[in-house]
Ligand binder design. Structure first.
Ligand code: SF4
Ligand code: FES
Length: 365
């Protein structure tokens, strides 16, 4: 896309994040769900989800990420998986694992599930159970990971990292190897919503981040062909921001438990916006025409310094949710960018918080 207009940027989405429910037995203090959790009575029905899946496939989506909350809290998960398979989508279950057992996994596999991603909170039980506020959770995850591999399903281990577990990066890599995972996702906390509330407890130091980056780069070389490692860097210490979501309304969308269609899973943290419902319009109409999907597509919406910046096509101005969280203005340059007028304050805040004590977590409820 050369001219940056929303119209010229419009391509079909490749992936949908289906947030089937906000219910979850864990209470991680960096949860990406909104502060205002949606109730079970508001959730889309089985048939509504199956209809959304068929529409997504017709729109061009190839992958569905079944997430939450905890998606296995939905008793109709196998029916939803079967709908994804019938529509030709590659299905990835993103789960804490604590509600799974051998029989449930067998049912999901028979329904056509293609891949399982299990989130660990730490390499050690004490740290993991503390973050999730769920006693015995870590041991259960170990057992379920083994069942996933015994069922012949590919496994991704996901670990969100922060100040209080980052020094165990070597152990985290060893954990993924021991579990025979195909992929390890090491994702630094992204600070909006619950994570912003808990930022002082979670922010790592630059030295911790630099060490972890070195360890990951060495492990990528050592385990090439055996374990793929995705590494999401903490952009508080970056020079330029990440191209968040590969661009707003560019390749992905999310559907919330009650059917709001979002250009980004965290978009509801930007207050004052209206998000269309899949109960009121088709996915194709919303993707192409909804004002909120076009609002930050391309580069036409940018203000300075992004508007005249040579990097604007590369990072599209960074993350809209982070820009709003830190400046109150979703059109601002992401403060993770060193060219942002807010960058110095962001960096100083990060450094001060990394040096602070460890306040108690504020858990999601
Ligand atoms: Fe990217 Fe904007 Fe920073 Fe330029 S000023 S590097 S476009 S975020
Ligand atoms: Fe929403 Fe980056 S998390 S645009």
């Amino acid at each position: 896309m050369a001219d940056g207009s929303a119209a010229s940027a419009l391509r079909p989405p490749i992936a949908m994040l289906a947030e089937l429910t906000h219910r979850c037995p864990l209470q991680c203090p960096y949860c990406s769900n909104p502060l205002d959790l949606q109730r079970r009575s508001e959730e889309l029905s089985t048939e509504e989800w199956c209809n959304v899946i068929r529409q997504a496939a017709a729109l061009g989506v190839m992958q569905i990420h079944l997430s939450g909350g905890e998606p296995t809290a939905r008793p109709d998960l196998a029916e939803i998986v079967a709908a994804a398979q019938a529509a030709g989508l590659y299905s990835n279950l993103i789960t804490s694992g604590v509600m799974l057992d051998e029989a449930k996994l067998a049912t999901l596999k028979a329904a056509g599930l293609d891949h399982v991603q299990i989130s660990f909170q730490d390499s050690r039980a004490a740290g993991g159970d503390l973050i999730g506020n769920f006693k015995g959770g870590h041991e259960k995850k170990l057992a379920v990971s083994k069942l996933v591999r015994e069922a012949g399903l590919p496994l991704t281990v996901n670990v969100v990292v922060h100040r209080q577990n980052l020094d165990r990066i070597e152990e985290i890599i060893d954990l993924a190897l021991a579990l025979d995972a195909h992929r390890l996702e090491v994702a630094h906390v992204q600070y909006y919503g619950w994570a912003l509330t808990n930022r002082a407890s979670l922010m790592p130091s630059r030295a911790q981040v630099d060490h972890a980056t070195e360890v990951v780069e060495a492990a990528r070389k050592e385990y090439r062909g055996r374990l793929a490692i995705d590494y999401v860097v903490p952009d508080y210490y970056a020079r330029y921001p990440k191209k968040c979501m590969d661009g707003w309304g560019s390749q992905y969308f999310a559907v919330t438990p009650r059917g709001r269609m979002l250009p980004c899973h965290a978009a509801e943290t930007i207050t004052g916006l209206e998000f269309p419902s899949v109960r009121e319009g088709s996915l194709a109409e919303i993707w192409a025409s909804a004002e909120i999907f076009n609002r930050f597509r391309g580069t036409d919406w940018m203000a300075e310094p992004c508007r005249s910046c040579e990097h604007r096509e590369r990072d599209l101005g960074g993350c809209r949710c982070q820009a709003f969280a830190l400046t109150g203005d979703a059109t601002a340059t992401d403060p993770a960018c060193s060219l942002s007028p807010h960058h110095a304050v962001m960096l100083a805040t990060a450094q001060a918080e990394a040096d602070s004590g460890d306040p108690d977590y504020i858990y999601r409820r």
